[in-house]
Design a binder for this molecule. Structure first.
Ligand code: HEM
Length: 493
């Protein structure tokens, strides 16, 4: 266990979630009104017992207990309904693999996420964000969720497999991902397989989306085998497949403790990567990389639109830092302090990764409470981020919380948008850079206004965020650089 984690200083309390029909009601509450349900749990105790269908589960509500759990991945391994469902989709890639296989996989992929790669990624993120801003017109109503999905699909696919995703394929990925994330959530909280074998239209759509995604990944891999080698993530995987090895992970910029576990498969050193694994890792990275950051961006614009002071402060900053509204590079990113606060606060209020499961691999104890082997454990960044004990006025969007001079007031351990420990998000720096570039570039050119009937409320699925956010585009001063229908040169300062 990491020395940074301290034992809870108070006695942990254990409770049971309220419900009229204990054997079904928690699954129903979690499915129907998940965010309210999560917010009701800390009042029941630090560790709260739930029933999900026939299964007992424990939600950890105390941030220190969550850290203890995340720092002990051998006892609290990936598993539970969520990862069983994800496994059916992603195979045995880095997100779903058990702890015993994790270190080798992380070592294989980590170089692609090394901090030294971020400046190059930032450049292509900037190109794509500017291209997106050029597509919009003054007075146009844009589907922001869709636009952000398009942006992150283009960025992620360029990083993963350079130019292999043309517009037509990108549209297939977007459509399929949307169908899959909707279906996955239902499959996570209702762990009754028979329900999903019934050939309903929704089940058929889910299966078809899966089939198309897998087929597309196979096509991309087959094409690349015939093409000259390229320096992207697929290139790294193909080189490892051909016996090039994946490096030993030393100095790979990973601070999660991945390199210190014993007994993991990585101790055997780099191994050849099978065809199956290349497929699984690609689909894993596509699924984890696209939807999460798109939801973060859509949430940010939705929150800014109803928090005019924060929006004005953001505009002031981007106007001061970005030359002629040009998208930020690495140097500008370092100076966009308020933009960083906006993204961080968005991740607090509306964390795209909002609910995760684990399985105990042995009988154990957490916060003084005994947990049997095979117990399903849940933790929720959303629940932790909305606990008033950690964040006063948790429902308010206050980017200032994260200004360096105020940050000490925040109960830091409670902020877990990217998790912690050795299963922490591998793409955290990538995602922060992408979200900051997206927010700053759009804010330099456009002010996105709410449209009635599209409230931008976060809708929980496998990720959390506004699913169909439509907003009105108002140009800001830099928008004159773009072709527009009817420029009104609005300046909001
Ligand atoms: C705002 C955007 C993102 C958020 C909020 C986010 C959040 C998370 C969280 C909470 C986890 C841990 C899950 C758990 O504990 O079970 C995770 C894992 C992971 N994320 Fe992200 N993520 C984001 C973007 C990305 C991106 C852009 C990529 C890659 C392109 C990525 C790849 C991964 C991978 C591969 C893992 C598994 C790591 C491992 O088990 O070693 N994520 N992410």
């Amino acid at each position: 266990m990491s020395g940074a984690v301290t034992e809870p200083t108070r006695v942990s309390t254990v409770g049971t979630a309220p419900g009229i029909f204990p054997f079904v009601s928690h699954a129903i509450a979690l499915f129907r009104r998940p965010l309210d349900f999560l917010n009701s749990l800390p009042a029941q105790g630090d560790l709260v017992e739930l029933r999900l269908g026939p299964q007992r589960a424990w939600m950890i509500c105390d941030p220190q207990l969550v850290h203890l759990m995340l720092m002990d991945p051998h006892t609290f391994d990936k598993g539970g309904t969520q990862y069983d469902r994800l496994g059916a989709l992603m195979g045995n890639g880095i997100v779903t693999c058990p702890q015993s296989e994790h270190r080798r996989q992380r070592t294989l992929l980590q170089p692609g996420f090394h901090p030294s790669r971020i400046p190059a990624y930032t450049e292509l993120m900037a190109e794509e964000a500017e291209a997106l801003c050029r597509e919009w017109r003054a007075g146009e109503k844009v589907d922001v969720t869709r636009a952000m999905m398009a942006l992150t699909t283009r960025v992620t696919s360029r990083v993963l497999f350079s130019g292999s995703l043309d517009a037509e394929r990108a549209a297939v990925v977007r459509e399929c991902l949307a169908a899959v994330v909707r279906g996955l959530f239902a499959r996570t909280v209702v762990p009754v397989d028979a329900v999903f074998r019934i050939p309903t239209p929704a089940n058929r759509r889910y299966q078809e989306a899966l089939r198309r995604l897998h087929a597309l990944i196979d096509t991309i891999i087959a094409e690349r085998r015939e093409a000259p080698p390229r320096e992207d993530l697929l290139g790294t995987l193909l080189a490892a497949h051909d016996g090039g090895g994946a490096g030993n992970g030393a100095g790979n910029g990973d601070e999660t403790g991945v390199g210190v576990r014993d007994g993991d498969a990585a101790a055997e050193g780099p191994r050849r990567v099978s065809d199956r694994e290349i497929h699984d890792q690609l689909i894993t990275l596509l699924l984890t990389g696209v939807e999460t950051t798109a939801m973060c961006l859509a949430s940010a614009f939705s929150l800014l639109a109803v928090n005019p002071e924060a929006e004005r402060a953001l505009h002031r900053e981007v106007d001061a830092v970005l030359r002629d509204g040009q998208a930020p590079g690495q140097e500008e990113l370092a100076r966009l302090e308020y933009t960083r606060c906006v993204v961080t606060e968005t991740l607090r209020v509306c964390p795209p990764g909002w609910l995760f499961t684990r399985i105990t691999t042995r009988e154990t104890e957490l916060g003084g409470h005994r947990l049997p082997r095979g117990a399903m454990i849940l933790y929720s960044p959303y629940l932790l981020h909305h606990d008033p004990a950690s964040f006063p006025e948790p429902e308010r969007f206050l980017p200032e919380r994260w200004l360096p001079e105020r940050e000490t007031a925040v109960r830091k351990g409670a902020m877990l948008p990217f998790a912690a420990g050795n299963r922490k998000c591998i793409g955290d720096r990538f995602a922060m850079a992408e979200a900051m570039v997206g927010v700053a570039t759009v804010a330099a050119h456009w002010r996105l206004r709410p449209v009635s009937g599209h409230d931008g409320q976060p809708r929980p699925a496998v990720t959390l965020g506004p699913r169909a956010l439509v907003m009105l585009c108002e140009p800001r001063q830099h928008s004159r650089h773009y072709r527009m229908a009817g420029d009104n040169g609005v300046d909001d300062v």
